[in-house]
Design a protein around this ligand. Structure first.
Ligand code: ZN
Length: 62
């Protein structure tokens, strides 16, 4: 069973589409991730329901 799932979000800094990888073995989490396009920090949060990504939020964090 693959517990990592790719998910596309929009960077709040440069508005580019960024491909993230979420761990579905946890009920959800928040963490800082640097945008691979503009290298600015963003706060990524997501929740998992029934083994699938439920809600995703991305905020500018600097
Ligand atoms: Zn960016």
């Amino acid at each position: 069973m693959d517990l990592l799932q790719h998910y596309e979000v929009t960077c709040p800094h440069c508005w580019e589409t960024v491909d993230l990888e979420f761990d579905l073995s946890v009920p959800g989490q928040s963490y800082f991730e640097d945008c691979p396009v503009c290298c600015k920090a963003m706060l990524v949060s997501y929740t998992v329901a029934d083994g699938e990504i439920d809600e995703v939020g991305v905020e500018a964090a600097d």
